[in-house]
Design a protein around this ligand. Structure first.
Ligand SMILES: CC(C)(COP(=O)(O)OP(=O)(O)OC[C@H]1O[C@@H](n2cnc3c(N)ncnc32)[C@H](O)[C@@H]1OP(=O)(O)O)[C@@H](O)C(=O)NCCC(=O)NCCSC(=O)CCS(=O)O
Length: 377
């Protein structure tokens, strides 16, 4: 894959940031469940929190390939930080860029793109995950406000974030066309963080249950037209999925590199374990899978940059990259032997962090479902 100069610069900048600011801290943040506030501020200074937003709205005006390259590098440094970055850029900023009014862009998008405000995406509910149209959260018009009541589940940055894109039913008789989207600052009364979840991995990124209790938002905070919410959600998940795929590649690469380095140091039976064919072949398979996943990610990102349809390609990239990433991380632990199971080595954390990539922003089975639809006559 041939990269342009600005893409190489983005990749190298992100790699340096990951090496210096993320890798040395990732284990500590994971152990103490610390939100990486300083690192997020650093990403903002580098322009990585408004990557896809034009400079006229305070962003870096980058293409999706550059974005995928940056996310891969940030994920190689710390999976949790890359999740905050991915959700913020793709399903936080992009819905406002694409569907927002000029006033909404000035008020909400500009500070988000400059990294002053962090975005969250409130679609999923306790009983509506894969079946995203089965929402129960209701928004009822009351004069010049909408009043939101309901529960949202698995919300990245739900507690640490500042601006939430919230989907709610405004017309219960209209099915998918009865869902609308709202921009809700998280300091709005009635936006309640009811639980910060305990998770297998990605402990530095908060995942929350949010309850909306008579949460009143001004009518001008509706995003897009009334009834357009479901379409807004799905359209932005498409780009989000390319981001999750890039993250998966980054985490897989970090685990692979740790295993490769270990294999070149560790000796058994009088030689480096790299010289045992079983280990060398395992590493060869890992490297091949990572490269294949990256090519799928870049194909989807290029299509998006060319404004061509890429739903199927985004789903293929996410499904494949997230699944091989778990395989690669598992193999990396195997190469480390018993040490791979210890927290002293990074592969233990990366293995935990990468698992969710097969679940959030659409499970692997949902990706397969969407891909299969494109195969039907
Ligand atoms: C399972 C699903 C794929 C099912 O989708 P549907 O069959 O319900 O959708 P459709 O009827 O095909 O489409 C509805 C509507 O939207 C338009 N649409 C669909 N896809 C796109 C797109 N990619 N771009 C633009 N528009 C799109 C479509 O044309 C229809 O419009 P019209 O009615 O024709 O006008 C789907 O439900 C699905 O993807 N489910 C998984 C949901 C998911 O990924 N959830 C995780 C969300 S992440 C979260 O909430 C946590 C936040 S986090 O922190 O990450």
């Amino acid at each position: 894959m041939r990269l342009e100069d600005h893409q190489i610069m983005v990749r190298d900048t992100a790699r340096e940031f990951a090496e210096n600011e993320l890798k040395p801290n990732a284990a500590k943040w994971d152990a103490h469940h610390t939100f990486p506030a300083e690192a997020i501020a650093g990403l903002g200074e580098l322009g990585f929190l408004g990557m896809l937003v034009p400079d006229s709205y305070g962003g870096a005006g980058m293409d999706h390939v550059a974005y995928a390259l940056a996310l891969e590098e940030i994920a190689a440094g710390d999976g949790a930080t890359s999740t905050i970055m991915s959700v913020h850029n793709s399903v936080g900023c992009m819905p406002i860029l694409k569907f927002g009014t000029e006033d909404q862009k000035q008020k909400f998008l500009v500070p988000m793109a400059q990294g002053e405000k962090i975005g969250a995406f409130c679609l999923t509910e306790p009983q509506a995950g894969s079946d995203a149209s089965a929402l129960r959260t209701r928004a009822v018009r009351d004069g010049d406000h909408w009043v939101i009541n309901g529960s949202k589940q698995f919300i990245t940055s739900g507690s640490e974030g500042d601006i939430a894109i919230v989907f709610a039913v405004t017309d219960p008789d209209a099915g998918k066309r009865g869902i609308s989207a709202f921009i809700v600052p998280t300091d709005t009364p009635g936006y309640v963080v009811s639980r910060v979840e305990e998770k297998l991995g990605q402990n530095a990124s908060d995942t929350c249950q949010i309850t909306f209790v008579e949460c009143r938002v001004p009518a001008e905070n509706m995003l897009g037209d009334e009834g357009q919410g479901y379409k807004i959600a799905l359209a932005n998940l498409e780009g989000g999925r390319i981001g999750i795929a890039a993250q998966s590649v980054g985490m897989a690469r970090a685990a692979f590199e740790a295993a490769r380095d270990y294999a070149n140091e560790r000796e058994t039976f009088g030689k480096k374990i790299m010289e045992h064919q079983a280990v060398a072949f395992r590493l060869a398979d890992m490297a091949t899978k990572i490269d294949a996943a990256r090519l799928l990610v870049h194909r989807a990102a290029e299509l998006r940059d060319d404004h061509k349809p890429c739903l199927t390609e985004a789903c293929m990239a996410k499904m494949f990259a997230s699944e091989i990433a778990e395989e690669v991380c598992s193999a990396a632990i195997q190469i480390h032997g018993g040490y791979g199971y210890l927290k002293d080595f990074p592969v233990e954390r990366i293995y935990r962090d990468v698992r969710v990539c097969q679940i959030y922003e659409g499970t692997s089975d949902i990706q397969r479902m969407v891909i299969a639809r494109s195969l039907a006559d």
